[in-house]
Design a protein around this ligand. Structure first.
Ligand SMILES: [Zn+2]
Length: 354
């Protein structure tokens, strides 16, 4: 086991740090989670599948192994009637993440991150709901510290005040805290605070890394990141989804399929089961990562829609070489589109008719 391990801020001060998120979508696609319900039972029911996903992201360059506890909070466990599995689920997810983080492919250990997120019961008018959420955060953060988390990530918050509450609880531990928000299509937090003001406030309240994740693809996240980066002095985080959101549809929740869909989803939106045709290609993700890095954003990753291939793309976009770089595209040897001199001329010449 490698012992070398710089802390998050040391790493960010010296260069890019890659973070794979988006476990929910990818584990669902791999067949280990029900879409819509989205409870990360995988850590208990198919731990090997979760470990494999972490390993695949690690192989593609993720420096952070984020415990898959998204939605693994008390309220969600109540919804599915399995509250008694809350702590086992959290601890199992944290242990798997720790195992992967402490057996890196390179010389340096990865950072294991504990994770809390949007509770979906936060109500700005109801103090009781807020205290309930804070309690949920505190128990999850407690388990994360117990299991040896190196950092804490609070993510996908669409209420500013809920993000502040998450940060407060994370900061009580003294661990480095990453806090990212995910505003909906109205381009403002649900409690009326602007995106920029929320980020400014999170920095004021001691967030070590502040930024945005989820809900928005590259094109509708980048304009806000530019603003945020101009104003914040702390490190900034950028983790978009991998879908082509646009001005009319800034998030993936109401993204229509205008791409020749012949078979509609049984529910009202393409989210979350029929987003595939709106997927960004790898060059779009690369372009986003490159621009973010050029702005001075060093904490870069991908949220929903992330695949190991896209994490590699992000890592390479900021100048890193990762284990999976060995398998980056090599069209040179393609049987028809390649330029390799062994490729027969009659095959090459047919390329435009293929
Ligand atoms: Zn996401």
């Amino acid at each position: 086991m490698s012992n070398k391990k710089r802390n998050l801020i040391e790493r960010l001060n010296s260069g890019p740090v890659i973070c794979a998120e988006g476990f929910l979508f990818e584990i669902e696609k791999r067949g280990y989670m029900a879409s819509g319900e989205f409870v990360p039972m995988v850590s208990l029911e198919n731990p090997k599948a979760l470990e494999n996903l972490h390993r695949d992201f690690q192989h593609s360059g993720s420096d952070i192994v984020q415990a898959f506890t998204y939605n693994g909070h008390r309220e969600k466990m109540r919804v599915i009637g399995k509250e008694e599995l809350l702590e086992p689920l959290n601890r199992a997810a944290l242990k798997i993440a720790k195992k992967v983080a402490t057996s890196p492919l390179g010389e340096e250990q990865n950072l294991m991150a504990g994770n809390i997120s949007n509770s979906n019961i936060w109500n700005q008018e109801d103090k009781k709901s807020q205290l309930e959420v804070e309690k949920m955060f505190r128990e999850m953060v407690g388990w994360a510290v117990d299991e040896g988390a190196d950092i804490l990530i609070g993510e996908t918050f669409y209420y500013a005040e809920e993000a502040y509450a998450a940060l407060k609880v994370m900061k009580e531990t003294g661990l480095p805290s990453v806090i990212t928000i995910a505003p909906y299509g109205e381009n403002i937090m649900r409690d009326g605070v602007s995106i920029l003001d929320t980020c400014k406030e999170l920095e004021q309240r001691g967030g070590d890394v502040v930024g945005m994740n989820c809900h928005r693809g590259p094109d509708t996240m980048m304009p806000y990141l530019r603003e945020v980066k101009k104003v914040l002095k702390c490190h900034v985080a950028a983790l978009p989804i991998t879908y082509r959101t646009n001005k009319d549809h800034p998030t993936f929740f109401n993204l229509p399929d205008n791409n020749g869909c012949t078979c509609k989803t049984p529910h009202e939106t393409t989210f979350p089961t029929a987003l595939d045709p709106m997927q960004c290609n790898r060059y779009e993700i690369r372009k986003f990562a490159k621009e973010a890095f050029q702005l001075g954003i060093n904490y870069i990753g991908v949220c929903c829609g992330a695949t190991p291939m896209l994490i590699r793309e992000v890592a390479e976009a900021v100048g890193l070489k990762v284990p999976a770089s060995r398998y980056r595209e090599n069209m040179e040897n393609h049987y028809m589109y390649g330029k390799n001199k062994r490729i027969p001329k009659h095959i090459k010449d047919y390329r435009s008719k293929a």
